[in-house]
Ligand binder design. Structure first.
Ligand code: NAP
Length: 245
């Protein structure tokens, strides 16, 4: 029976598409992001029979994360799946005076996601179990020269989630890591090349299937990224250096 799903970064892109997909599947929704006005509009658009609760949340304001997630969970009368989706991209390089951008990426994509997972685990433990999902990226598989801090942030998130899996299993909390390839959302519309691009709707449908099956981790779509990721891991450092431009 569908339960309820709580999504950070639900105002646009993947988070918004997941809201529509889980609503269609009969889940109640707890949606948060910084742009509350977009969430209010989304709530109207969902016009769902299932309950929808929205709240302002900046995951970089770490202390506010438990309070907002607990408030949403209480409003929904409990939560079964918590998706740490909020994230930003960015292109910056060391020695270029743009360290503040790298810091923001780490604060939101790593610390913000960890704060979400921490608060989420506390809520789910008290409820007797559930599932935590992290939206990581294929960019975390190797250090990408186009977006080094983003790449590092996603490697950190995936590694952290792999590390917490066994501990949380003792509390009946499943951990799922989703590694999207290129999904058509505002985060990447500026890029010249977006290989194997899929729509946010298709991406959300594939992700929701994986989440409901409680897969441990997967690329989205599976093909061709699962194969490409294996190849990426196998490329020796010297060769990676030459092709990673
Ligand atoms: N699209 C892709 O191809 C792709 C590929 C791999 C991974 N991802 C990951 O998927 C996730 C969603 O990205 P997207 O593609 O859907 O991009 P997006 O459309 O730009 O969405 C990002 C979402 O995160 C929210 N957000 C950003 N900073 C936040 C903060 N400090 N606190 C709370 N919410 C915040 C944004 O809402 P507000 O601005 O309203 O707060 C927005 O809802 C990200 O973690 C991204 O790294 C995307």
């Amino acid at each position: 029976m569908p339960g309820s799903v709580l999504i950070t970064g639900a105002s646009t892109g993947i988070g918004r598409a997941l809201a529509f997909e889980f609503s269609r599947r009969g889940f109640a929704l707890g949606l948060c992001a910084r742009r509350l006005e977009l969430l209010e509009e989304l709530k109207e658009e969902l016009s769902s029979e299932n309950q929808v609760a929205v709240a302002h949340l900046d995951v970089a304001e770490l202390e506010s994360v438990p309070e907002v997630l607990n408030k949403l969970a209480d409003e929904l009368g409990g939560v079964s799946i918590i998706i740490a989706n909020a994230g930003i991209g960015g292109r910056s390089y060391p020695g270029e005076g743009t360290f503040h951008q790298d810091r923001k990426i780490i604060e939101i994509n790593v610390l913000g996601a960890m704060a979400t997972i921490d608060a989420g685990a506390d809520i789910l433990k008290k409820q007797g179990g559930g599932q935590i999902v992290g939206i990581s990226s294929i960019a975390g598989f190797r250090g990408l020269s186009s977006t080094p801090a983003y790449s590092a942030s996603k490697a950190a998130l995936s590694t952290y989630m792999e590390g917490i899996r066994n501990h949380l299993l003792q509390h009946k909390i499943a951990v799922t890591v989703i590694n999207p390839g290129f999904i058509d959302t505002p985060i990447n519309t500026h890029r010249k090349s977006r290989p194997f691009l899929i729509s946010a709707e298709k991406g959300a449908q594939l992700m929701a299937d994986m989440i409901e099956k409680q897969v441990l981790s997967s690329t989205v779509p599976v093909w061709p990224w699962a194969v490409i990721s294996r190849i990426m891991y196998l490329i020796p450092e010297r060769l990676w250096c030459r092709i990673n431009v």
